[in-house]
Design a protein around this ligand. Structure first.
Ligand code: ARG
Length: 469
């Protein structure tokens, strides 16, 4: 038993079965098998170029690893829990398949740098997938915004009706958040794509390795600068899962709005059947489960981040077995974020907005009160007085159960004597929106500018706009 393990040489007794189970990481790291094989192929080729292996040996290793990859894809690979992790499973199988040359693959390498290369490769792949999904989501939000430049709804502060805004502007606020998420990923990638191979266990190695060549072969732009840091560092992973957390945070806010908007008391949206579920007992129900679950799963991704931060806290240099716990949070965050962003894009693309319901809501809540105050200022009333007079008009209208626009001029003048007949123009919701054309505002010209800038950005992202939502 003990001899079967690659590290079994100095052990006389077999590992306790519970220990084997406890220390085994196969359930998680087998998902990184293709990354492991890609890294090993690059390592073998580099060893040959450096004269450490013969060309024939490297060739045999590369071909053997391809056979291993085929077995894994075909589901015939003999995974063995006793072999601890993906790395030793693959290496052991390689030796079974090709014999002696396979035993030379691990020259100048440790599992410490190997496992990290795999994790870095997987992280780079995952965050690129999030990026692509985000770009598609932004494309959907932009397309929906274009349809709704004229649709107005109450913008809220404190979740109370505040001022009218266009639905386009509201949706674009989310597009801007997700755009920053893309930019965060772009900033992160150069710190992910750093090859640790060549750091060996922790101190570097005596073999004349060429770490830069390995890095280039796996598509990474940089090589570690310090072998100890190289095997101990996981902050790229913390950053990636932090990016994931921020993406989920943004998604959860949009989901929350969808949930509120879908409530029949507001009725701003009708959920697509494909993205809702019914109740087993209440026949009238159409529940926003996808949005709710996404809101809920946000906590799960935050949990992944906290797990990583806690795992890293206070760890002395360099590799510690604690670090084996790094991959589960990554895989979990990836599965959650990637599925969530894609679903959110699909849901936003097929969501039906109900402008009439939004208009009805505009008429409740006195969200044109700021307009009255601003109008009075144009009539020479100091803003503080205008604010006070407007408050009195609102209180009066509220007592009467009507909107400001429903009052007569005489009624308004009772509290705001400077008001003239043009006051009713100022009270129009459309006017309130169309006057706000300062950069980044909700006015149609400002929103058009915002959309043009976002469209240019999206075009620069290449693939994105081809999406046919
Ligand atoms: N399965 C281990 C991990 O993921 C691989 C590295 C093991 N290294 C060691 N020195 N035990 O961290």
């Amino acid at each position: 038993m003990s001899q079967a393990k690659p590290w079994g040489g100095r052990f006389a007794e077999a590992t306790a079965p519970e220990v084997e189970r406890y220390t085994c990481s196969l359930d998680v790291d087998r998902h990184l098998a293709m990354e492991d094989i890609a890294g090993s192929k690059a390592h073998a080729r580099m060893l040959a170029r450096q004269g450490i292996l013969s060309e024939a040996e490297a060739q045999a290793i590369v071909e053997g690893l391809d056979r291993v990859a085929d077995e894994i894809r075909a589901g015939t690979f003999p995974w063995r829990e006793s072999l601890e992790d993906v790395h030793m499973n693959i290496e052991t199988r390689l030796v079974e398949l090709i014999g002696e040359p396979g035993r030379k693959l691990h020259t100048g390498r440790s599992r410490n740098d190997q496992t990290l290369l795999d994790t870095r490769l997987a992280t780079a792949k995952f965050v690129r997938q999030w990026r692509q999904a985000l770009v598609e989501l932004i494309g959907v939000l932009l397309a929906r915004a274009k349809e709704h430049c004229e649709t107005l709804l109450p913008g809220c502060t404190h979740f109370q009706p505040a001022q009218p805004v266009s639905l386009a502007h509201h949706l674009l606020a989310y597009a801007q958040m997700f755009r920053r998420d893309v930019e965060r990923i772009d900033g992160l990638l150069p710190r992910v794509e750093v090859s640790p191979l060549g750091a060996a266990a922790l101190a570097g190695t005596t073999y004349p390795l060429d770490p830069a060549a390995v890095a280039a072969e796996v598509g990474f732009g940089a090589v570690f600068a310090n072998s100890m840091d190289a095997v101990a560092d996981r902050d790229f992973l913390v950053e990636a899962v932090c990016c994931a957390s921020i993406i989920m945070m943004h998604a959860s806010r949009l989901c929350e709005e969808i949930i509120i908007w879908a409530n029949p008391q507001l009725g701003f949206v009708r959920l697509p059947d494909a993205y809702s579920t019914g109740s087993s007992i209440m026949p009238q129900k159409k529940n926003p489960d996808v949005a709710e679950l996404m809101r809920g799963k946000t906590g799960r991704v935050y949990g992944d981040l906290v797990a990583l931060l806690t795992m890293m806290k206070g760890l002395p240099l360099t590799y510690n077995r604690d670090l084996q716990e790094d991959k589960a949070p990554l895989l979990d965050a990836h599965a959650t974020v990637h599925a969530s962003v894609r679903l959110l894009a699909g849901m936003m693309a097929s969501m039906e907005f109900v402008p009439e319901a939004m208009t009805r809501a505009l008429q409740r809540g006195y969200i044109n009160a700021t307009e009255l105050a601003d109008y009075l200022v144009t009539r020479g009333v100091p803003f503080r007085d205008a604010h006070h007079q407007t408050g009195a008009v609102v209180a009066y209208a509220e007592g009467k159960g009507v909107g400001l626009e429903d009052l007569s001029l005489e009624e308004i003048q009772r509290y705001a004597p400077k008001a003239g007949p043009e006051v009713f123009d100022a009270l129009r919701f459309e006017a309130a929106v169309s006057r706000r054309n300062t950069p980044g505002g909700t006015g149609p010209a400002a929103v058009a500018q915002q959309m043009a800038a976002l469209e240019m950005w999206l075009e620069a992202q290449g693939e994105a706009l081809g999406v046919s939502y």
